[in-house]
Design a protein around this ligand. Structure first.
Ligand code: GRG
Length: 319
């Protein structure tokens, strides 16, 4: 698998190479900055859903993995413009380095390249990726509509993260299964794994935004509160006797001391613990979904990813 991921790296760089040196530089920026490559890893692992041992993945599987990572990258370019982010993957964000207009256009370029590659893999993959891009936008718009809304419901939160995060992780797995021509029930199983994993992943990410240090995050802890994105721990805290104190602070832009006061209220209650329980449930649901794939390389490697996430949840819980 390490060799397949190295092939993904080479193809990713190749996919954004153009005659225009400047566009190539801007479009390559976050590819060269690294990232965990969870999504391409899932595509490759999923493609081994009917065999016990990994072997070099087919070229089409590698390209499926590239198309998924390109969509992820495009969404990061656009997300950083929306958040006015200064850094991403420990380097300058594209918007910070080249400005919003170029960041948006380069993000569009990455999406176009992802679509071109997906089309070369067949109409099902092309349609699936297009649908997933739409779901990312829907999830993000849902989040924006609820910005600064202290009445945001738990259901709205789940709908938003299902679109903005879980949909692409589900698609990463699904594309691996489709391109490897696995039986349909196994493709559905892999998709369920990716969706549940993605839900857990975002809930954990949202918890970490509140419990981590500024150094760990590379930005001020509690940034979601500042942006008016009220995540699961906050929504749970709004159901407790501390709700009045929290409501008095939230609902509008925050000064740093207000952010700290709101964060302290959330950390003092049981909102973090309740959200961790939700993350545990989604992670276990992801792991259990793999049962029909038992004995395959996909089950072993995706199962290890779910275990890693469960361990991350436990580490967050022990803070
Ligand atoms: C244009 C496709 C497109 C979308 C527009 C901006 C937007 C709508 C959606 C934002 C989606 C988004 C950024 C969701 C958050 C997903 C997430 C948890 C990202 C972090 O993923 P990691 O930790 O990052 O895998 P690395 O850098 O390791 O790849």
């Amino acid at each position: 698998m390490a060799e397949d991921l190295a092939r993904v790296e080479a193809e990713l760089r190749d996919s954004v190479r153009t005659d225009d040196a400047f566009l190539t530089e801007v479009a390559s920026h976050l590819i060269l900055a690294g990232g965990k490559r969870i999504r391409p890893g899932f595509t490759i692992a999923a493609a081994f859903g009917a065999v016990a041992e990994a072997r070099p993945a087919d070229h089409s599987v590698v390209m499926g993995a590239v198309s998924v990572e390109l969509v992820h990258l495009g969404s990061l370019y656009h997300d950083d413009v929306m958040d006015d982010a200064a850094t991403r993957r420990t380097v300058d964000s594209v918007n910070a380095r080249w400005g919003n207009l170029k960041a948006i256009l380069a993000g569009d370029f990455l999406l176009a390249k992802a679509s071109e590659i997906a089309a070369s893999l067949g109409t099902e993959v092309a349609g699936l990726l297009a649908n997933t891009i739409a779901r990312l936008c829907e999830g993000q718009v849902r989040e924006l509509q609820d910005a600064y809304n202290i009445g945001r419901t738990e259901q709205n939160y789940y709908t938003s993260i299902a679109g903005k995060t879980a949909a692409l992780l589900a698609t990463a797995c699904r594309i691996g299964g489709i391109v490897a021509d696995l039986p349909r029930p196994l493709i559905d199983t892999l998709t369920t794994f990716g969706r549940c994993y993605g839900m857990a992943f975002q809930v954990v990410d949202d918890i970490l935004d509140l419990v981590s240090t500024d150094e760990e995050l590379g930005k001020p802890s509690g940034n979601d509160l500042v942006e008016g994105i009220y995540t699961l721990p906050v929504l749970y805290t709004l159901e407790t006797p501390a709700a009045d104190a929290l409501r008095a602070i939230l609902g509008d832009k925050l000064e740093p001391e207000q952010r700290e006061a709101a964060r302290a209220i959330v950390l003092a209650g049981d909102g973090i613990e309740r959200a961790l329980e939700v993350a545990r449930e989604f992670s276990h649901e992801a792991a259990s979904a793999l049962a029909p794939l038992e004995g395959t390389f996909a089950a072993a490697s995706l199962g290890a990813a779910a275990d890693h996430l469960i361990a991350k949840v436990a580490a967050a819980a022990s803070r």
